[in-house]
Design a protein around this ligand. Structure first.
Ligand SMILES: [Zn+2]
Length: 431
């Protein structure tokens, strides 16, 4: 065993002379003689080619270049011509999402034997996110992503692959591989066993913990932007991180001298009461959103599915402590689990658990199913909601949008409640 390890650690050199024992991007340099792949050769080739492309924006070029030098090829500038079969998928408020085929793929590594690029994801389906306003400071967004991706612990978060620009609208595009399902659609398809639920929650909280350890706040976590990879085992990835910083710039415009927000962006059921009242979104706010995900994974319905997502709901959440209903059924979920959901939903942000605490809890329960702890059937007796369909209220809204905070509504709330004044938060039926 020891000898094997020694052998694996043996230093090797690529033909250019790069050593496998040199750290690159926090990991040891990877060299494969079989495929002619050396991470440092690839990096050098990227640096050589820096002058062969341009996004048309000097600042953005600089960020992508720095990204490729420090983090590697996880981010590339791809010309719009590489996208084929572009189809409209959805409107996401500040961006429009399309599906497309990445015809020529992306550079995966420089083959030092053949002296040519080896491409990955040729003809792969991808999701394009076109940012509607080209004034978005996309370079700030990329800096945030870069900080996140330095190091090797970004496994549970979606990796962004490419940046492009739509020549007809001049809007920037961020794209990634297309995932078949998000968590919501995944849960609708079939009920999960408890071990799978806990496994999923563990992946999601570890992804969130990774953001929080790097002092990043997600700010819009919900079951629609957790992407499901359907390999042999279930795997969840948090998407849309980094957009908090991107939208912050826009929201800033709508906040006043007291630093309170008039508008926020997201889904009312997942937004914590302090943010609905106009305060900043914090790490503790992400935990509140995570409570909604814990709820949905068990109940198989989204929080507040049965209510209109309007100013009345906001006021109930903030002033009356109203939270999504957990059906009063015995054996639906263990008490520690419902207690944990309610702790995430605590009105006082500092009383909510941290990602570290939640991560430890799920890790321990997970081991219980893996057979590491003898009490192996502790959760087996709890029922699964099988057949009930989620019939949502026609004025509920699970697409991210602009929402007026209670601070933004201020004096008009009374008139809105009495019906004297239209509620700007209420979805109109033609929307
Ligand atoms: Zn090399």
């Amino acid at each position: 065993m020891y000898q094997q390890q020694q052998q694996r650690r043996r230093t090797t050199h690529c033909p250019t002379g790069h050593s496998s024992n040199v750290a690159y991007n926090n990991e040891l340099n990877y060299i494969s003689f079989y495929s002619g792949n050396c991470n440092l050769c690839t990096k050098e080739q990227f640096i050589q080619e820096l002058k062969t492309w341009s996004s048309g924006n000097v600042n953005l070029d600089k960020v992508i270049q720095e990204f490729q030098i420090k983090v590697g090829f996880k981010l590339q500038w791809i010309p719009y011509e590489n996208f084929h079969d572009i189809k409209y998928l959805a409107d996401g408020g500040y961006s429009t999402v399309y599906s497309a085929i990445l015809k020529n793929g992306m550079k995966a590594y420089w083959n030092y034997n053949k002296k040519q690029w080896n491409y990955a994801y040729i003809n792969s389906p991808i999701a394009l996110k076109e940012l509607k306003d080209s004034k978005y400071d996309i370079s700030e967004f990329l800096k945030e992503i870069k900080n996140l991706m330095i190091g090797n612990d970004y496994y549970y978060n979606t990796v962004f692959y490419g940046i492009s620009k739509n020549p007809s609208t001049q809007n920037y595009i961020i794209f990634m591989l297309l995932y078949e399902d998000n968590l919501h659609r995944f849960l609708v398809k079939k009920p999960l066993r408890w071990d799978s639920r806990i496994g999923l929650l563990r992946q999601i909280i570890e992804g969130l913990d990774n953001l929080h350890r790097k002092n990043l706040v997600h700010g819009n976590l919900h079951s629609g932007n957790i992407l499901m990879e359907n390999c042999e085992s279930i795997s969840a990835r948090i998407a849309d991180f980094g957009f908090n910083g991107l939208t912050k710039n826009l929201i800033k415009k709508s906040s006043d001298d007291n630093n309170k927000n008039i508008n926020i962006y997201g889904l009312i059921p997942y937004i914590p009461p302090e943010v609905l009242q106009g305060n900043a979104f914090t790490k503790e706010g992400d935990i509140y959103s995570f409570g909604g995900i814990m709820y949905e994974i068990t109940i198989r319905k989204r929080p507040f599915y049965e209510r209109a997502h309007d100013s009345n709901l906001i006021s109930d959440i903030c002033f009356n402590g109203v939270r999504p209903q957990i059906p009063d059924m015995q054996d639906l979920m263990p008490k520690f689990y419902s207690d944990l959901i309610y702790r995430c939903w605590n009105a006082n942000p500092s009383d909510r658990p941290t990602t570290k605490e939640l991560s430890d809890i799920f890790k321990n329960i997970y081991y219980l199913f893996e057979g590491y702890i003898k009490d192996d059937n502790a959760l087996g007796k709890f029922k699964t909601i099988n057949d009930e369909k989620e019939i949502i209220h026609p004025q509920s809204c699970y697409i991210s949008r602009n929402i007026y905070t209670l601070y933004g509504l201020q004096d008009s709330l009374k008139s809105i409640k009495s019906g004297k004044c239209a509620d700007p938060n209420l979805l109109k039926f033609n929307e």
